[in-house]
Ligand binder design. Structure first.
Ligand code: CA
Length: 363
């Protein structure tokens, strides 16, 4: 017997207690009840630091919290389906769970991009605030519902780095003709600035940059970038990561599979995803700091901030790209309204809260 049947039975028994004894049989075993063996497909290479290990951690939480009633087998990209077919695989029920980044699915629905990150948008603290307390998650559920998917925030890289460049970026002119690996909305912005965005999987970045087939690449942040050897492929490491100010990772659940679970296992998924979200952000903040210290100690690397002129223009172009997106896609327009109004209010608090406090570091 499923737990929810048991609960219904008890409630019914209580209502009828004057004339009917409560059900006695099957209740305790029903609560311990059914076991589920699920599959999680991911967009990450095997043992990929941070993102891939985050998916593995989430699977472990689900198994431990459920006392083994929800067992999850994790598949790296390519093991069951390729990285960019995770969305379709979970939608079709080939796997019950998927771990990836919502902006990979912009070909399915452009509005998915809001749920990973937006250039010059919200940082990780603000994005989580919007998702959990500002209506963001409800909008995300609305975007995924037509695909039979239920999304949960399940990780965060925090703010990323601007990327590795084989020549300095001193002015807007230096973006002209720049061949850079930068996906999504950030890529569209670079294109409008005169550059050439290139799409390449992470595994190809080192060789492409080292051989000069690209001039620059963004990847994640110090932790992943050093692990991928990018600090050996280019001299200039730029910040801030204007294009990915607080990227959120996702766990998507096949809706029918989710509906088949008893309420306690559904709650375990929700809370385990929140734990995974917090854990990944903590891990990135710890490991980015140590990797940055390693980078800063190397003479072969120049750590540089993008000039204000460049950032200001990229921001202006981002607003144009977002306005065009909102004009062609009504769902994106509605989400952009929610995102922007939340960010405007949130930013004032960040300014006098976190930002003002961090400024005291230099006193
Ligand atoms: Ca990135």
């Amino acid at each position: 017997m499923k737990r929810r049947d048991f609960i219904t039975g008890v409630a019914g028994g209580a209502t009828l207690s004057a004339c009917t004894p409560p059900p006695q049989t099957g209740a305790p075993t029903g609560a311990a009840g059914e076991r589920f063996a699920w599959r999680m497909v991911t967009a990450w290479p095997p043992n990929f630091p941070g993102l891939g290990t985050g998916a593995t951690n989430l699977a472990r939480y689900l198994e431990e919290l459920s006392g083994g009633r929800l067992a999850v087998e994790v598949y790296s990209a390519g093991e069951l389906v390729p990285a960019l077919e995770v969305f379709d695989a979970v939608s079709a029920g080939t796997a019950e769970l998927g771990h990836g980044g919502a902006y990979y699915w912009r070909g399915k629905a452009e509005a998915t991009q809001f749920f990973t990150t937006i250039p010059f948008g919200m940082n990780a603290l603000e994005t989580n605030a919007w998702l959990y307390y500002g209506g963001g998650l409800e909008l995300w559920e609305e975007v995924y519902a037509p695909f039979g998917l239920k999304p949960f925030p399940a990780g965060s890289s925090g703010v990323q780095m601007g990327g590795w460049f084989n020549r300095p970026i001193d002015s807007l002119e230096d973006l002209r003709g720049l061949r850079m690996r930068i996906p999504g909305i950030g890529g569209e912005v670079l294109q409008r600035a005169g550059g050439t965005p290139v799409t390449l999987p992470g595994a190809d970045l080192f060789t492409a940059l080292q051989t000069g087939s690209i001039d620059a690449t963004e990847w994640v942040g110090p932790y992943n970038d050093v692990a991928s050897g990018l600090h050996r492929a280019a001299r200039y490491y730029y910040y801030p990561g204007w294009h990915e100010p607080g990227s959120i990772m996702e766990c998507m659940v096949n809706q029918a599979a989710y509906d088949s679970l008893p309420g306690d296992l559904q709650a375990i998924i929700r809370v385990a995803c929140q734990a995974a979200n917090m854990d990944m952000l903590a891990e990135y903040n710890a490991r980015n700091a140590s990797a940055l210290a390693q980078i800063a100690a190397e003479d072969s690397i120049e750590l540089r901030r993008f000039p204000d002129e460049v950032l200001a223009r990229l921001k202006e172009l981002t607003h144009e790209v977002m306005a065009d997106l909102a004009a062609r896609d009504p769902l994106s327009a509605r989400i952009w309204d929610s995102y922007r109004s939340f960010m405007n209010q949130s930013r004032e608090w960040q300014r006098i809260g976190e930002q003002a406090f961090l400024a005291t570091t230099d006193l």
